[in-house]
Design a protein around this ligand. Sequence first.
Ligand SMILES: [Zn+2]
Length: 430
Amino acid sequence: MLSRAACFPEIKSHVDSLPVVDCHDHAAERSRVTDIIAYVVRGYFSSDICAASSDADARFMTDASLPLEKRWPVFEKAWTRTLYTGYGLAARRAMQKVLGVSELTLDTASALQEKLPDFSDPAVYDPFYEEARIVARIANLWPAHKKILDGSWQLLPGQRIVIGLPAFHNFRNRADIQGFEESMDRTVTSLDDFLRLCRDIFSAYKAYGAVAFKDQSAYQRTLAYRNPPRSDAEAVFNRILADPRYSAEFDPDGSPLSDFLMHEFMRMARDMDLPVQIHTGHMAGIRNDVAKTNAAGLRSLLEIHRDVRFDLFHANWPYSGDLLFLVKNYPNVCADFCWANIIDPVYCRNMLVQAVSSVPHGKIHGFGSDVGGNQPDVAWAHCVIAKENISCALADLVDMDYISVDDAKRIASDWLFNNPNAFFRLGLKA
Ligand SMILES: [Zn+2]
Protein backbone atom coordinates (compact mmCIF):
# COMPACT_ATOMS: atom_id res chain seq x y z
CA MET A 1 0.00 0.00 0.00
CA LEU A 2 1.27 3.45 -0.92
CA SER A 3 0.32 7.05 -0.19
CA ARG A 4 0.23 9.90 -2.71
CA ALA A 5 1.48 12.31 -0.02
CA ALA A 6 4.69 14.05 -1.11
CA CYS A 7 6.39 13.16 2.20
CA PHE A 8 5.63 9.43 1.84
CA PRO A 9 9.00 8.32 0.38
CA GLU A 10 10.94 10.10 3.16
CA ILE A 11 8.74 8.62 5.91
CA LYS A 12 8.77 5.17 4.33
CA SER A 13 12.54 5.12 4.07
CA HIS A 14 12.80 6.11 7.75
CA VAL A 15 10.34 3.37 8.73
CA ASP A 16 12.25 0.79 6.67
CA SER A 17 15.46 1.69 8.51
CA LEU A 18 13.98 1.07 11.99
CA PRO A 19 14.65 -1.89 14.25
CA VAL A 20 11.37 -3.67 14.98
CA VAL A 21 10.04 -5.44 18.05
CA ASP A 22 7.76 -8.30 16.97
CA CYS A 23 5.17 -8.15 19.78
CA HIS A 24 3.62 -11.57 19.12
CA ASP A 25 5.24 -14.70 17.69
CA HIS A 26 4.31 -18.41 17.76
CA ALA A 27 7.43 -20.00 16.27
CA ALA A 28 8.36 -22.87 18.60
CA GLU A 29 10.79 -24.38 16.08
CA ARG A 30 11.86 -23.92 12.47
CA SER A 31 9.99 -26.31 10.18
CA ARG A 32 9.52 -26.90 6.47
CA VAL A 33 6.53 -27.23 4.13
CA THR A 34 6.88 -29.52 1.12
CA ASP A 35 3.47 -29.29 -0.60
CA ILE A 36 2.84 -26.24 -2.79
CA ILE A 37 -0.84 -25.84 -1.85
CA ALA A 38 -0.12 -26.33 1.86
CA TYR A 39 2.64 -23.71 1.42
CA VAL A 40 0.26 -21.10 -0.02
CA VAL A 41 -2.55 -21.91 2.40
CA ARG A 42 -0.39 -21.81 5.55
CA GLY A 43 -1.48 -20.22 8.80
CA TYR A 44 -4.24 -17.65 8.90
CA PHE A 45 -4.78 -17.58 5.12
CA SER A 46 -6.39 -21.01 5.51
CA SER A 47 -9.28 -19.27 7.33
CA ASP A 48 -10.02 -17.04 4.32
CA ILE A 49 -9.62 -19.99 1.96
CA CYS A 50 -12.09 -21.95 4.11
CA ALA A 51 -14.52 -19.01 4.22
CA ALA A 52 -14.29 -18.79 0.41
CA SER A 53 -14.95 -22.53 -0.05
CA SER A 54 -15.94 -24.98 2.70
CA ASP A 55 -14.38 -27.00 5.51
CA ALA A 56 -14.42 -30.11 3.31
CA ASP A 57 -12.81 -28.29 0.35
CA ALA A 58 -10.11 -26.78 2.59
CA ARG A 59 -9.26 -30.24 3.98
CA PHE A 60 -9.27 -31.81 0.52
CA MET A 61 -7.01 -29.25 -1.15
CA THR A 62 -4.30 -29.50 1.53
CA ASP A 63 -4.31 -33.32 1.70
CA ALA A 64 -0.85 -33.94 0.25
CA SER A 65 -1.54 -37.68 -0.04
CA LEU A 66 -3.81 -36.89 -3.02
CA PRO A 67 -2.40 -35.98 -6.48
CA LEU A 68 -1.88 -32.26 -7.09
CA GLU A 69 -3.92 -32.40 -10.33
CA LYS A 70 -6.95 -33.68 -8.43
CA ARG A 71 -6.73 -31.02 -5.70
CA TRP A 72 -5.89 -28.13 -8.01
CA PRO A 73 -9.41 -27.12 -9.27
CA VAL A 74 -10.72 -27.00 -5.68
CA PHE A 75 -7.77 -24.86 -4.55
CA GLU A 76 -7.85 -22.59 -7.60
CA LYS A 77 -11.52 -21.75 -7.14
CA ALA A 78 -11.01 -20.66 -3.52
CA TRP A 79 -7.63 -18.96 -4.20
CA THR A 80 -9.01 -16.75 -6.99
CA ARG A 81 -11.90 -15.73 -4.72
CA THR A 82 -9.71 -14.55 -1.84
CA LEU A 83 -6.60 -13.04 -3.42
CA TYR A 84 -7.26 -9.54 -2.16
CA THR A 85 -7.71 -9.95 1.59
CA GLY A 86 -4.84 -8.95 3.88
CA TYR A 87 -3.98 -12.63 4.34
CA GLY A 88 -4.04 -13.12 0.55
CA LEU A 89 -1.77 -10.11 0.14
CA ALA A 90 0.71 -11.49 2.70
CA ALA A 91 0.65 -14.92 1.03
CA ARG A 92 1.35 -13.42 -2.40
CA ARG A 93 4.12 -11.15 -1.10
CA ALA A 94 5.76 -14.14 0.61
CA MET A 95 5.42 -16.23 -2.55
CA GLN A 96 6.94 -13.48 -4.68
CA LYS A 97 9.87 -13.27 -2.28
CA VAL A 98 10.48 -17.01 -2.08
CA LEU A 99 9.46 -18.30 -5.51
CA GLY A 100 9.63 -15.16 -7.66
CA VAL A 101 5.94 -15.30 -8.65
CA SER A 102 2.69 -14.04 -7.14
CA GLU A 103 0.37 -16.06 -9.42
CA LEU A 104 0.00 -19.83 -9.61
CA THR A 105 -1.17 -22.20 -12.34
CA LEU A 106 -1.30 -25.97 -12.41
CA ASP A 107 1.42 -25.88 -15.10
CA THR A 108 3.85 -24.00 -12.86
CA ALA A 109 2.84 -25.49 -9.48
CA SER A 110 4.82 -28.75 -9.70
CA ALA A 111 8.04 -26.99 -10.70
CA LEU A 112 7.56 -24.37 -7.97
CA GLN A 113 6.99 -27.11 -5.40
CA GLU A 114 10.52 -28.34 -6.08
CA LYS A 115 11.82 -24.84 -5.31
CA LEU A 116 10.18 -24.55 -1.86
CA PRO A 117 12.91 -23.57 0.60
CA ASP A 118 13.73 -25.65 3.66
CA PHE A 119 12.65 -23.38 6.51
CA SER A 120 13.93 -25.91 9.06
CA ASP A 121 17.44 -24.74 8.10
CA PRO A 122 18.54 -21.73 10.22
CA ALA A 123 20.58 -20.43 7.26
CA VAL A 124 17.33 -20.24 5.24
CA TYR A 125 14.95 -19.22 8.04
CA ASP A 126 16.84 -16.57 10.01
CA PRO A 127 17.59 -14.12 7.15
CA PHE A 128 13.85 -13.35 6.73
CA TYR A 129 13.78 -11.90 10.27
CA GLU A 130 17.12 -10.16 9.77
CA GLU A 131 15.93 -8.52 6.55
CA ALA A 132 12.73 -7.33 8.28
CA ARG A 133 15.03 -5.84 10.96
CA ILE A 134 13.14 -7.73 13.67
CA VAL A 135 15.43 -7.51 16.69
CA ALA A 136 13.18 -9.09 19.34
CA ARG A 137 10.20 -11.45 19.29
CA ILE A 138 7.69 -11.74 22.15
CA ALA A 139 7.04 -15.47 21.89
CA ASN A 140 3.82 -17.23 22.87
CA LEU A 141 4.83 -20.91 22.75
CA TRP A 142 3.58 -24.08 24.38
CA PRO A 143 6.69 -25.74 25.84
CA ALA A 144 6.54 -28.63 28.27
CA HIS A 145 6.66 -26.74 31.59
CA LYS A 146 9.45 -29.08 32.78
CA LYS A 147 11.72 -27.70 30.02
CA ILE A 148 11.20 -24.17 31.36
CA LEU A 149 11.74 -25.35 34.94
CA ASP A 150 15.03 -27.07 34.07
CA GLY A 151 16.05 -24.38 31.57
CA SER A 152 16.44 -26.82 28.66
CA TRP A 153 13.89 -25.11 26.34
CA GLN A 154 15.69 -23.52 23.36
CA LEU A 155 14.35 -20.20 22.09
CA LEU A 156 14.90 -18.98 18.52
CA PRO A 157 17.06 -15.87 17.96
CA GLY A 158 15.60 -12.74 19.56
CA GLN A 159 12.73 -14.54 21.30
CA ARG A 160 11.51 -13.63 24.80
CA ILE A 161 8.90 -16.02 26.11
CA VAL A 162 5.49 -15.19 27.63
CA ILE A 163 3.48 -17.23 30.14
CA GLY A 164 0.39 -18.68 28.43
CA LEU A 165 -2.55 -18.43 30.83
CA PRO A 166 -5.63 -20.11 29.27
CA ALA A 167 -4.88 -23.67 30.37
CA PHE A 168 -4.39 -22.47 33.95
CA HIS A 169 -7.94 -21.16 34.34
CA ASN A 170 -10.05 -22.33 31.43
CA PHE A 171 -10.26 -26.01 32.43
CA ARG A 172 -13.10 -28.34 33.26
CA ASN A 173 -11.84 -31.59 34.76
CA ARG A 174 -9.16 -33.28 36.86
CA ALA A 175 -7.15 -34.46 33.84
CA ASP A 176 -6.75 -30.82 32.72
CA ILE A 177 -4.60 -29.96 35.75
CA GLN A 178 -2.62 -33.20 35.89
CA GLY A 179 0.10 -31.87 33.58
CA PHE A 180 0.76 -28.95 35.93
CA GLU A 181 1.03 -31.32 38.89
CA GLU A 182 3.40 -33.64 37.02
CA SER A 183 5.64 -30.77 35.95
CA MET A 184 6.16 -29.85 39.61
CA ASP A 185 5.95 -33.40 41.07
CA ARG A 186 3.12 -32.31 43.37
CA THR A 187 -0.47 -33.29 44.02
CA VAL A 188 -3.06 -30.54 44.26
CA THR A 189 -5.51 -31.09 47.13
CA SER A 190 -7.19 -27.68 47.38
CA LEU A 191 -7.70 -24.39 45.58
CA ASP A 192 -4.91 -22.89 47.70
CA ASP A 193 -2.59 -25.72 46.63
CA PHE A 194 -3.45 -25.00 43.00
CA LEU A 195 -2.79 -21.27 43.34
CA ARG A 196 0.59 -21.99 44.96
CA LEU A 197 1.44 -24.39 42.14
CA CYS A 198 0.53 -21.78 39.51
CA ARG A 199 2.58 -19.08 41.25
CA ASP A 200 5.60 -21.41 41.40
CA ILE A 201 5.32 -22.31 37.70
CA PHE A 202 4.94 -18.63 36.74
CA SER A 203 7.96 -17.73 38.90
CA ALA A 204 10.00 -20.39 37.10
CA TYR A 205 8.98 -18.80 33.77
CA LYS A 206 10.06 -15.40 35.03
CA ALA A 207 13.41 -16.82 36.18
CA TYR A 208 13.76 -18.32 32.67
CA GLY A 209 13.25 -14.84 31.20
CA ALA A 210 9.48 -14.44 30.61
CA VAL A 211 8.53 -10.84 29.85
CA ALA A 212 4.69 -11.02 30.05
CA PHE A 213 1.60 -13.13 30.58
CA LYS A 214 -0.61 -13.90 27.58
CA ASP A 215 -4.26 -14.95 27.47
CA GLN A 216 -6.32 -15.97 24.45
CA SER A 217 -9.31 -17.46 26.27
CA ALA A 218 -11.55 -15.30 24.06
CA TYR A 219 -11.52 -18.24 21.62
CA GLN A 220 -13.60 -20.18 24.16
CA ARG A 221 -15.29 -17.71 26.49
CA THR A 222 -16.39 -14.12 26.83
CA LEU A 223 -13.84 -11.47 27.82
CA ALA A 224 -16.38 -10.07 30.27
CA TYR A 225 -14.78 -11.55 33.39
CA ARG A 226 -17.06 -11.33 36.41
CA ASN A 227 -15.72 -11.04 39.94
CA PRO A 228 -17.35 -13.95 41.80
CA PRO A 229 -16.84 -14.74 45.47
CA ARG A 230 -14.06 -17.24 46.16
CA SER A 231 -16.59 -19.71 47.58
CA ASP A 232 -18.30 -20.07 44.17
CA ALA A 233 -15.00 -20.88 42.49
CA GLU A 234 -13.92 -23.21 45.29
CA ALA A 235 -17.14 -25.21 45.03
CA VAL A 236 -16.47 -25.96 41.32
CA PHE A 237 -12.77 -26.67 41.96
CA ASN A 238 -13.46 -29.04 44.86
CA ARG A 239 -15.91 -30.99 42.74
CA ILE A 240 -13.30 -31.32 39.98
CA LEU A 241 -10.74 -32.56 42.53
CA ALA A 242 -13.08 -34.99 44.21
CA ASP A 243 -14.12 -36.91 41.12
CA PRO A 244 -11.84 -37.44 38.09
CA ARG A 245 -14.93 -38.40 36.05
CA TYR A 246 -16.63 -35.06 36.69
CA SER A 247 -16.49 -32.38 34.00
CA ALA A 248 -17.74 -28.87 34.75
CA GLU A 249 -20.33 -27.73 32.24
CA PHE A 250 -19.00 -25.52 29.44
CA ASP A 251 -20.43 -22.02 29.53
CA PRO A 252 -19.29 -19.44 26.95
CA ASP A 253 -20.25 -16.74 29.46
CA GLY A 254 -17.40 -17.97 31.68
CA SER A 255 -17.44 -19.93 34.91
CA PRO A 256 -16.97 -18.76 38.50
CA LEU A 257 -13.72 -20.78 38.59
CA SER A 258 -12.24 -19.28 35.41
CA ASP A 259 -13.37 -15.78 36.43
CA PHE A 260 -11.92 -16.11 39.95
CA LEU A 261 -8.60 -17.56 38.77
CA MET A 262 -8.17 -14.83 36.14
CA HIS A 263 -8.40 -12.20 38.87
CA GLU A 264 -5.93 -14.16 41.04
CA PHE A 265 -3.51 -14.34 38.10
CA MET A 266 -3.79 -10.58 37.57
CA ARG A 267 -2.70 -10.15 41.22
CA MET A 268 0.27 -12.43 40.49
CA ALA A 269 1.11 -10.37 37.37
CA ARG A 270 1.10 -7.27 39.57
CA ASP A 271 3.33 -8.90 42.21
CA MET A 272 5.72 -10.26 39.57
CA ASP A 273 5.71 -6.91 37.73
CA LEU A 274 4.88 -8.51 34.37
CA PRO A 275 2.45 -7.02 31.81
CA VAL A 276 -0.51 -9.03 30.48
CA GLN A 277 -1.22 -9.52 26.77
CA ILE A 278 -4.84 -10.33 25.95
CA HIS A 279 -6.33 -11.55 22.68
CA THR A 280 -9.24 -9.34 21.62
CA GLY A 281 -11.30 -9.18 18.42
CA HIS A 282 -10.95 -11.41 15.33
CA MET A 283 -10.16 -15.10 15.84
CA ALA A 284 -8.33 -17.58 13.64
CA GLY A 285 -10.53 -20.18 11.98
CA ILE A 286 -14.18 -19.71 11.15
CA ARG A 287 -17.56 -20.04 12.93
CA ASN A 288 -16.59 -18.30 16.16
CA ASP A 289 -18.58 -15.63 18.02
CA VAL A 290 -16.94 -12.22 17.59
CA ALA A 291 -19.23 -10.38 20.04
CA LYS A 292 -17.71 -12.18 23.05
CA THR A 293 -14.17 -11.05 22.06
CA ASN A 294 -14.76 -7.30 21.99
CA ALA A 295 -12.18 -5.70 24.32
CA ALA A 296 -14.99 -3.60 25.76
CA GLY A 297 -15.91 -6.72 27.77
CA LEU A 298 -12.65 -6.36 29.74
CA ARG A 299 -13.79 -3.13 31.38
CA SER A 300 -14.13 -4.40 34.95
CA LEU A 301 -10.89 -6.46 34.80
CA LEU A 302 -8.98 -3.36 33.62
CA GLU A 303 -10.76 -1.23 36.20
CA ILE A 304 -10.01 -3.50 39.16
CA HIS A 305 -6.37 -4.29 38.30
CA ARG A 306 -5.08 -0.74 37.98
CA ASP A 307 -1.50 -1.79 38.82
CA VAL A 308 -1.33 -4.29 35.95
CA ARG A 309 -0.14 -3.14 32.51
CA PHE A 310 -2.39 -4.53 29.75
CA ASP A 311 -1.47 -4.99 26.08
CA LEU A 312 -4.71 -5.52 24.12
CA PHE A 313 -4.21 -7.41 20.86
CA HIS A 314 -5.17 -7.39 17.23
CA ALA A 315 -6.45 -3.79 17.22
CA ASN A 316 -9.68 -5.36 18.52
CA TRP A 317 -10.78 -5.91 14.90
CA PRO A 318 -13.45 -4.91 13.96
CA TYR A 319 -14.18 -2.80 17.07
CA SER A 320 -11.56 -0.05 16.65
CA GLY A 321 -13.54 2.64 18.49
CA ASP A 322 -13.98 0.49 21.60
CA LEU A 323 -10.23 -0.16 21.85
CA LEU A 324 -9.36 3.51 21.37
CA PHE A 325 -11.80 4.31 24.17
CA LEU A 326 -10.07 1.86 26.54
CA VAL A 327 -6.58 3.18 25.70
CA LYS A 328 -7.76 6.76 26.18
CA ASN A 329 -9.67 5.90 29.36
CA TYR A 330 -7.25 3.71 31.33
CA PRO A 331 -3.61 4.58 32.09
CA ASN A 332 -2.79 0.85 32.32
CA VAL A 333 -4.01 -0.09 28.80
CA CYS A 334 -2.02 -0.15 25.52
CA ALA A 335 -3.16 -1.16 22.03
CA ASP A 336 -1.21 -3.77 20.09
CA PHE A 337 -1.54 -4.03 16.30
CA CYS A 338 -0.05 -7.54 16.16
CA TRP A 339 -1.69 -9.69 13.45
CA ALA A 340 -4.12 -6.83 12.66
CA ASN A 341 -1.90 -5.42 9.90
CA ILE A 342 -2.75 -8.47 7.75
CA ILE A 343 -6.22 -9.20 9.14
CA ASP A 344 -7.28 -5.94 7.50
CA PRO A 345 -4.57 -3.54 6.22
CA VAL A 346 -7.03 -0.75 5.33
CA TYR A 347 -8.64 -0.91 8.80
CA CYS A 348 -5.17 -0.51 10.34
CA ARG A 349 -4.22 2.40 8.11
CA ASN A 350 -7.43 4.24 9.08
CA MET A 351 -7.21 3.29 12.76
CA LEU A 352 -3.57 4.38 13.02
CA VAL A 353 -4.54 7.80 11.67
CA GLN A 354 -7.33 8.03 14.21
CA ALA A 355 -5.10 6.71 17.00
CA VAL A 356 -2.67 9.63 16.63
CA SER A 357 -5.47 12.14 17.10
CA SER A 358 -7.26 10.25 19.87
CA VAL A 359 -4.83 8.38 22.17
CA PRO A 360 -1.28 8.98 23.43
CA HIS A 361 1.02 7.64 20.71
CA GLY A 362 3.24 6.22 23.45
CA LYS A 363 0.57 3.57 24.09
CA ILE A 364 0.62 1.91 20.67
CA HIS A 365 2.60 -1.22 19.74
CA GLY A 366 2.80 -1.32 15.97
CA PHE A 367 3.69 -4.84 14.88
CA GLY A 368 3.48 -8.53 15.76
CA SER A 369 3.88 -11.30 13.18
CA ASP A 370 1.74 -13.92 14.98
CA VAL A 371 3.00 -16.84 12.88
CA GLY A 372 4.48 -20.28 13.52
CA GLY A 373 7.89 -21.69 12.66
CA ASN A 374 7.13 -22.65 9.05
CA GLN A 375 6.32 -19.08 7.97
CA PRO A 376 9.41 -16.84 8.17
CA ASP A 377 8.55 -15.48 4.70
CA VAL A 378 5.01 -14.58 5.88
CA ALA A 379 6.47 -12.88 8.98
CA TRP A 380 8.71 -10.87 6.62
CA ALA A 381 5.78 -10.01 4.28
CA HIS A 382 3.61 -9.12 7.26
CA CYS A 383 6.31 -6.77 8.56
CA VAL A 384 6.59 -5.12 5.13
CA ILE A 385 2.81 -4.58 5.07
CA ALA A 386 2.81 -3.19 8.65
CA LYS A 387 5.56 -0.73 7.71
CA GLU A 388 3.50 0.34 4.69
CA ASN A 389 0.37 0.80 6.83
CA ILE A 390 2.28 2.88 9.37
CA SER A 391 4.04 4.96 6.70
CA CYS A 392 0.76 5.63 4.86
CA ALA A 393 -1.11 6.60 8.04
CA LEU A 394 1.61 9.00 9.16
CA ALA A 395 2.10 10.46 5.66
CA ASP A 396 -1.67 11.09 5.50
CA LEU A 397 -1.45 13.00 8.80
CA VAL A 398 1.47 15.09 7.51
CA ASP A 399 -0.49 15.75 4.33
CA MET A 400 -3.44 17.09 6.33
CA ASP A 401 -1.01 19.29 8.28
CA TYR A 402 -1.79 17.51 11.56
CA ILE A 403 1.85 16.55 12.27
CA SER A 404 5.27 17.37 10.77
CA VAL A 405 7.55 14.90 8.96
CA ASP A 406 9.81 14.86 12.04
CA ASP A 407 6.78 14.08 14.24
CA ALA A 408 5.88 11.23 11.87
CA LYS A 409 9.38 9.76 12.13
CA ARG A 410 9.33 10.00 15.93
CA ILE A 411 5.92 8.30 16.15
CA ALA A 412 7.01 5.49 13.82
CA SER A 413 10.16 4.86 15.89
CA ASP A 414 8.05 4.68 19.03
CA TRP A 415 5.36 2.42 17.56
CA LEU A 416 7.78 -0.13 16.09
CA PHE A 417 10.58 -0.10 18.65
CA ASN A 418 10.67 2.33 21.60
CA ASN A 419 7.18 1.66 23.01
CA PRO A 420 7.39 -2.16 23.10
CA ASN A 421 11.04 -2.02 24.18
CA ALA A 422 10.03 0.03 27.23
CA PHE A 423 6.68 -1.72 27.90
CA PHE A 424 8.14 -5.24 27.94
CA ARG A 425 11.38 -3.98 29.56
CA LEU A 426 13.46 -5.63 26.87
CA GLY A 427 16.47 -3.41 27.52
CA LEU A 428 17.39 -3.21 23.82
CA LYS A 429 19.75 -0.47 22.69
CA ALA A 430 18.21 1.81 20.04
ZN1 LIG B 1 -1.41 -15.41 18.33
